[in-house]
Write a protein that binds this ligand. Structure first.
Ligand SMILES: [Zn+2]
Length: 253
């Protein structure tokens, strides 16, 4: 076999960190956890294919087993697939609004609908919670938002909500222009250990609070949460200042 010329994997440390997270710092083929010595294997043997789906981090012993054929390519592909199945194990639990710190409250009996009740603080602050039911640590890496403006209409009565435990992490994101999609990369990625529920806040803002004022500013918000720079989790659309049911869907393509 001729010696392969290896192209340096771009941002090698970052790639390696991500792959390390994917395997939870344990060799996916044995129980070796000496992760400092782990190597990156190109699943399709193409050293130029540095797509995440083609890379797997493993211990040097298992790496050589693959090279010798003691671990089959099929098995490697299957293992990688299982690692990637994490996305199915990140579950959205709930969204609520931090009524204590912003002028918004949930509209009773209408799921995922919120409206302004106090005109003092019009930038809504949402609490999102998810659970990581996978066997790996995951990172919240980006938040994708799309808005769709709804026709103006009537506003509603006052019913207070029970207080919600304050989460620690808050991300401030500018409300996208109508119909536009924004993808906000999280600078300090949120690390979620395996088997844990987690909560974080998103505050939506704009150049002025005018855009959030009821009753004429009604929006459908469509959100996706990105994990490991790799997969996105959709959540139900959120209604702002609107009581209509979520019949209209804003899809992010
Ligand atoms: Zn191993």
């Amino acid at each position: 076999m001729t010696k392969k010329i290896r192209n340096e994997i771009p941002q090698r440390n970052k790639v390696k960190a991500k792959l390390q997270q994917e395997i939870n710092s344990i060799c996916p083929f044995c129980d070796n956890d000496d992760v400092g010595h782990f190597q990156i294997h190109h699943i399709d043997s193409d050293p130029l294919n540095n797509e995440n789906s083609n890379l797997i981090l493993l211990c040097p012993l298992c790496h050589s087993k693959i090279t010798k054929g003691d671990i089959s390519i099929d098995q490697v592909i299957k293992t990688k697939k299982q690692l990637k199945n994490i996305s199915g194990n990140i579950k959205f639990i709930s969204v609520s609004v931090d009524s204590k710190n912003c002028g918004w409250e949930q509209i009773e009996n209408i799921p995922y609908a919120f409206e302004v009740r106090k005109l003092t603080s019009l930038f809504p602050i949402f609490n999102f919670s998810f659970i990581n039911q996978s066997n790996n640590t995951v990172l919240l890496t980006n938040i994708i938002i799309k808005t769709k403006r709804l026709p103006a209409g009537l506003s509603g009565p006052n019913i207070p909500l029970p207080n919600i435990l304050r989460p620690i992490v808050k991300y401030k994101i500018k409300l996208p222009e109508d119909g536009k999609v924004t993808n906000t990369m999280i600078l300090e990625e949120l690390e979620i250990p395996q088997g844990r529920a987690f909560k974080f806040q998103v505050e939506l803002y704009d150049v002025s609070m005018e855009r959030f004022k009821p009753p004429f500013n009604k929006f459908i918000l469509s959100l996706k949460f990105g994990f490991n720079n790799d997969f996105n989790i959709d959540i139900p659309n959120i209604l702002l200042n609107s009581r209509r049911d979520n019949l209209q869907h804003v899809s992010i393509s």
